[in-house]
Design a protein around this ligand. Sequence first.
Ligand code: C2E
Ligand code: CA
Ligand code: CA
Length: 855
Amino acid sequence: MSNAGEHKGNLPRLSTVYLLLAAVMATVFLVVAFTASHLTNTAVKENVRSATLSERTRAAITDIRSALRVVDNTLNSTLLVPQPEHEVTIHRQLTLIEERIQLIMDDPAIRHLGLEAQLDTLEKSIGVLVFHLNDLIQKREDPAWVYPLLTYLTDHLLAPHVAFETAADQALREIAARDGRPYASELYGAFDEVRDLWRRMVLNFRAGMIRFAGLDERGLDAQDSNVDVLLPLIEARLDRLEERKQAGELGFEAEAALHEMQQAAIEWKGHWRTIGGLHATAVWRADLEYMTDHILPAQERVFSSLGALESTLHDWSSSNTAALQDVAHRTTYQLWGLALLGLGFMAVTFVVMRRSVLEPLRQIAESLARHDDRRLPENTLARSQEVQQLVKAFNDLQQQVQVRTRALEHQALHDALTGLPNRVLLNDRLEQAISHMRRTGGSMAVLLLDLDRFKEVNDALGHPVGDRLLQEVALRLQGSLRSTDTVARLGGDEFAILARDTDELGAREFAAKIRQAISGVFVIDHQNVYVGTSIGIALYPDHGEDASTLMRRADIAMYVAKEQSDGLALYHPDSDDHTADRLALVGDLHAELRDPRHLYLHYQPMIRLPQGSPAGVEALLRWHHPTHGPVAPDHLIRMAEHTGLIGPLTYWVLENAISEFIRIDEAHRHTHLSVNLSAWNLQDPNLPQAVSSALEKTGFPPERLTLEITESAMMSDPVNARQILELLSVMGVRLAVDDFGTGFSSLGYLKLLPVNVLKIDRSFVMDMLESENDAIIVRSTIDLAHNLGFRVVAEGVENGEVLALLGALGCDFAQGYYISRPGNIDAVSQWLDRYLEDDWRDRLVVPGLRVLGST
Ligand code: C2E
Ligand code: CA
Ligand code: CA
């Protein structure tokens, strides 16, 4: 114990260790979680900001791009077919672009990112683009600027054309004037043809020029080929006209005209060729050149600025994403770290648990499973206070279990109240003994005991007293045993004793010894309690050779014993039937008391001595059993005492005796009524109450009621008896000591009780003529009683001599067959009536009295 106490201080409490570890773990977890959540939050916030900004800026950039595209498309359209709404569209888009630029510039995040320089470049490039666009739109209003070729045409091709036409007209006019019939003139036709070809050629060229205004270069080629075809034709015709000039067929004026025409054609052709060359260099369309030279590069710059801005934004959001990824990675590592830490914690906890909890638990469990009684080693098993407590508790429990198991084993075989072996153990021992006797050929006895009047003790004094009494009885029984004997309690107030190596004589002596031991007073809670016992004996092998037969026969013998005055009986085969009858009789008495049809009273008179006048009558109980006939009153009373019916039976007698006696009382007011009480009535605290209510109910005067109580009853429980007797005496009831002389009471002691009358037992009276001894007893009793103030009744007076002697000895009252046998109430009434007749009185007058008195 002290060892464990020392230990306790050094051992760690598991819960403390666990709490410490858990606290450390929790701190680490919290710190990591806080850091991770802070980092993640920052990264996510930054990312969201960058995402929002990128998105906004990119949307703006997309808008700018698409606006630029619209501008470009519209510009292209207007270059082909200029329309006023084109300009509107372009301006609207440019405004939109400016707005978007402003939007981007105004975003505080842009400044935060340090994108001002890039935005500056973008703004500038857009400014340049806008400037050029506006410039172009403005310039385009001047077709001459757009088409520089047109000026050339007017400046160089118009003059030769006009010259050719004029000359041709002049020639034709001259020919017509000369000829008179111009249309019939072959020359006229020739000039006309040339002029016609020329006109077709110029028309063709003009149509081509108109188409040049477009961008269809193939159209230009087609027109060119027409001029290519027509011009040699014209030259051929002019050459033929030259030949005719040489031939002198032409007039002067025609010759001059021809010359003019030739010169004009040559000049026109030269310029036409120049135009072809110009066309090849594309100088002819200035707006396109402007586009190429200014607009497109400006656009290019804008797009590249936008691209640069976008890529910066992209880089920025990538870097944000990277940061987020970084955070995510770091968080992942932290999670892994935590997981490992957790695993480590679990591993450590497991190791600690296994060492300090699981292992000890396993050993405890094994110990439990083994059902062994060994104590667990506290010092080696306990590595923590908790387990130490458990081990200690287990050891305590095991000890308790052992104790209880032993107690249960004991309980199973022993009686709880007395601690004596019970029926089971007795049976076991009996069988062992029988088999031993069989081998050795010895004999033994089974004694069955039943306490007399135990039920009354229980009812009157309460169960606790009853229980104590049984314990005391058990002690006394054990005290009377030899070491080889076994005493067992079979239940209730029944005990059995197994006496080895005992024959009939030994068994009887043993039983007598036990009866004597039990009959002595038991002092329980300062009360004296008396019980008797009836003992039935069955012998092995005479009465049975097996345990159950022996027990059954001892039982039968015990019932017989209850009816014997010495309370002892050896089994006899005849009593088998008798027992059955007796058992039936008990049941019948129960029924009878519920509805008393065969119970009745007889009365026996007593006379006063010496004059012989009636002094009273004694009520005597009778039971005429319907099948068994009259049952002896002694037997009946003993049976009632043993079965607890004595109380109700006494009350019945009391009430019936008084009420019957009152009927005949009118004529005999001077006589007493005596009623017998059993010893057990004196242990009944309700008795005084029952007596007084019987008296009250009938109005019978208490001083005319005498209650007869046997000497042994008075002595069996003097304290209780005395209390009850005092109560009865106070009520005015007279008390008589019945059967005086059979007990061992001293007259001195009786004097202390409120007793008025002594009734000398009939055994002394009946034999007093023959037995000197009895006569001395009767005589001295009368003298002593008188000295102590008692009146004396002699019962059992069977003849006149005894009556005379009693009268001579100064006995106060006499009762006996000689005076009157007991009879029913009518008979006793008649007897009383007859006393009034003289002859009858004479017979009762004590004959020898005068003789004795005279001597
Ligand atoms: P007990 O109280 O001593 O009653 C007197 C007994 O002696 C009666 O026997 C009576 O018939 C008998 N007797 C009377 N005169 C003579 C005689 O001259 N010679 C002989 N040989 N006997 C005589 P009984 O009626 O058989 O009663 C026997 C006992 O039964 C009574 O003895 C009494 O102890 C008991 N008893 C009877 N009635 C009652 C009762 O109501 N209550 C109680 N507690 N006991 C009763
Ligand atoms: Ca009596
Ligand atoms: Ca008597």
